[in-house]
Design a binder for this molecule. Sequence first.
Ligand SMILES: NC(=O)C1=CN([C@@H]2O[C@H](COP(=O)(O)OP(=O)(O)OC[C@H]3O[C@@H](n4cnc5c(N)ncnc54)[C@H](O)[C@@H]3O)[C@@H](O)[C@H]2O)C=CC1
Ligand SMILES: CC(C)CC(=O)C(=O)O
Ligand SMILES: [Mg+2]
Length: 352
Amino acid sequence: MKIAVLPGDGIGPEVTREAVRVIEALGLPDIEMKEAPVGGAAYKAYGHPLPAETLEIARLSDGILFGAVGDPDCDSLERHLRPEQAILGLRKELTLFANLRPAKVFAGLEGHSALRPEVAGAIDMVIVRELNGDVYFGEKGFRTAANGDREGYDVMSYNESEVRRIAHVGFRTAMGRNKRLCSVDKANVLETSQLWRDVVIEVAKEYPEVTLEHMYVDNAAMQLVRAPGKFDVVLTGNLFGDILSDQASMCVGSIGLLASASLGERQTAHGTFGLYEPIHGSAPDIAGQGLANPLATILSAAMLLRHSLGLATAADRVEAAVAKTLADGVLGRDLGGTAGTTEIGDAVLARL
Ligand SMILES: NC(=O)C1=CN([C@@H]2O[C@H](COP(=O)(O)OP(=O)(O)OC[C@H]3O[C@@H](n4cnc5c(N)ncnc54)[C@H](O)[C@@H]3O)[C@@H](O)[C@H]2O)C=CC1
Ligand SMILES: CC(C)CC(=O)C(=O)O
Ligand SMILES: [Mg+2]
């Protein structure tokens, strides 16, 4: 079973290292990990954020463990050469359209949420975010307006096939949980969202057991803070899901805790091909200091074991070790503690 390891930039290599150590410590037979450059690191070494060789290693793997990309040195490069294009490119090239971002409060961490403990304690949701469409992939550019002003534009669009396939993922996810789906859009203003809503309503007919609710994204942002425990599965587009999941992370306690799986339809001999990454970025402000919380990446590795390698027991072991680490009070600075990246990794290893 092949895992492509793409550490990337900033804290990406630091958190990925800990996740790799955890996978190695499981002592699983037949696991082969192959590392490849991506992001700003790849641009600096090879002139492109997603070199063809890296894409090929990713394509030939059963699952990809991804750190993060983004480097302030590269922020003025032409858009197609910027590090972020690597993750967007991987998602698009490999048709990884379904991004699952579970957000659940760990036992003992209720008091570390940005919300009141009794509000935070009820959080147990999955955000299902579409990943291959929306304003991130529309036509974009700069132009001159009639009055001579400089103007930037990014076209937002979804076609019905794109909405339908992610809606099915949302409903199937809800069927495996508490059968409640909240579809988040901005249909009061955007035609893209009106189509989204219409298609979600059509797909809902195939899942009569699921209770479907629609919510405008501005209200959803508010409800996520007011009563996050009311959400079960949140289904939404690329942009809204990006924003709401960072917000959900602070409801849980830290962006350093939220893992994700990006899945498509391709099946391998062992499971569903996918890419696994923490929801956070390369955090240049703390990079290279050993301060990053690696738990989101370690939990992403657990998702890889479960979804792409069919190793549910190993995934359970990793998740239990992470929960125990937190319950034992091994906390990084993001959670008000003092443990560094390696120390947190060591603590998980000791509890496997
Ligand atoms: N999937 C990816 O590779 C992503 C890449 N990015 C890129 O990352 C770069 C930085 O973006 P930001 O907006 O600053 O978002 P960020 O998620 O990298 O950081 C936001 C804040 O959270 C903190 N933080 C993030 N991860 C942490 C962790 N594991 N432990 C402790 N603290 C953590 C950072 O120190 C920072 O204060 C940019 O170049 C951006 O484009 C951003 C999000 C996702
Ligand atoms: C580079 C961004 C599109 C990545 C991001 O913020 C995310 O996927 O959460
Ligand atoms: Mg994001």
